[in-house]
Design a protein around this ligand. Structure first.
Ligand SMILES: Nc1ncnc2c1ncn2[C@@H]1O[C@H](COP(=O)(O)OP(=O)(O)OP(=O)(O)O)[C@@H](O)[C@H]1O
Length: 353
């Protein structure tokens, strides 16, 4: 459904403007760099990374909402963004983006009914049947029809996110980009919203780009995981492989540090230390080498590119980790079963609150 090749997003910042004044050569920051990924219909790619790693910028660039992006985006078999080509309106016509801040991403002047009706009109829904369809969609996302006359500022965060899902449903999108869809919600509401997204995907067969900080949710909910660091994807692969056997030292550190049911089996030998470098002062060579416990002199000189650093492996590291991030899944399942329940053997998708 979606194929992204070598996407780059450059921003000019206040700091870089000062550098320009001082005659420095490159007054830009690259918020997204060398990003390539694909999402098949009906599958979910989770995009994980620390704050500022470029996740939202990447999501917006795919939708053609960032003017300073370059690279190629192929959507549903057609190249719609490429050097000298911008047909991103076709991507937007068949996609829905759920922004991080659910309330401010809904037009403050429109009531819930109009917000959803707008999406139905794009699909030429018969005018006389719009109200009934709005009510049906509200009920699908678990909201009462009485909410249709409210403005966004009169909704709670959870309700606003559900309205976002109802709008997405009204559009029947082929692609949903959900940027931190559960941020700031109660755990029970998070679970409901994830299940709702999962059902939407099952019903429509759409591809989903799921942006999150939450590693546990990402590994349970997604088919594929991409780990971002300083604007680049450093590792990409099946969610199970990346979560259990992350090869990039950064990804490995993230998953090793994740709380696990049996603390005795958690690994602590690689820990993430140090600060994420500023995008304005990207280190030479590998972006992570200044914090990497395995860094060698080569890492400060050469950039390890995904798919090239180690032939055949989707990891941007010359010296990938070979050990598991934590105890073998079977051991963990047994350990958890001792206490009566297991999370690891549950099928992916439905999330318990
Ligand atoms: N319009 C802009 N102009 C300049 N810099 C920008 C702009 N938008 C984003 N950035 C910078 O690009 C980098 C990536 O930001 P982005 O919001 O994509 O990160 P993120 O991974 O989504 O973070 P978070 O998880 O906190 O939402 C940050 O350093 C941010 O300051």
């Amino acid at each position: 459904m979606l194929d992204v090749k070598d996407l780059r997003v450059r921003f000019r910042t206040m700091g870089s403007l000062r550098a320009l004044v001082k005659g420095k050569k490159d007054p830009f920051i690259d918020a997204v760099l060398n990003v390539s990924l694909s999402i098949a219909p009906g599958t979910t790619l989770g995009l994980v990374g620390e704050s500022g790693s470029g996740k939202s910028t990447l999501g917006r660039a795919i939708m053609g909402l960032t003017k300073t992006a370059s690279g190629t985006v192929t959507f549903d078999g057609r190249t719609l963004i490429a050097p000298g080509l911008d047909r991103s309106q076709e991507i937007r016509a068949h996609s829905a983006m759920m922004f991080q801040d659910p309330i401010s991403s809904l037009s403050p002047r429109l009531r819930v009914r109009s917000l959803i009706a707008e999406a139905l009109k794009i699909r030429n829904w018969p005018a006389g049947k719009i109200d009934a369809e709005v009510d049906r969609l509200l009920s699908t996302v678990g909201l009462p029809a009485s909410l249709r006359s409210r403005y966004p500022h009169q909704l709670s965060g959870g309700q606003a996110r559900r309205v976002g899902v109802a709008r997405a449903l009204a559009l029947q999108p082929k692609l949903i980009i959900a940027d931190e869809p559960t941020a700031g919600l109660d755990v029970s509401v998070q679970g409901e919203l994830l299940n709702l997204l999962h059902r939407v995907q099952q019903d429509t067969g759409c591809a989903l780009l799921f942006i999150t900080h939450n590693l546990s949710v990402a590994q349970h909910f997604c088919d594929q995981l991409a780990i971002m660091y300083l604007g680049r994807i450093v590792e990409i692969g099946s969610a199970a492989d990346v979560a259990r056997h992350a090869q990039h030292p950064y990804a490995h550190g993230l998953f090793s540090a994740q709380p696990y049911p049996d603390p005795r089996r958690r690994r602590t030998d690689i820990q993430l230390t140090g600060e994420v470098p500023s995008l304005a002062q990207r280190p030479g060579g590998c972006d992570f080498h200044t914090r990497c416990p395995k860094a060698q002199p080569r890492c400060g000189r050469e950039i390890p590119l995904l798919g090239q650093a180690v032939p055949g492996a989707d990891v941007a590291c010359f010296y990938p980790e070979t050990t598991a991030c934590h105890a073998a899944p079977q051991d963990v399942i047994m350990a958890v079963n001792d206490e009566g329940s297991s999370r690891d053997d549950r099928s992916r998708g439905e999330v318990e609150a």
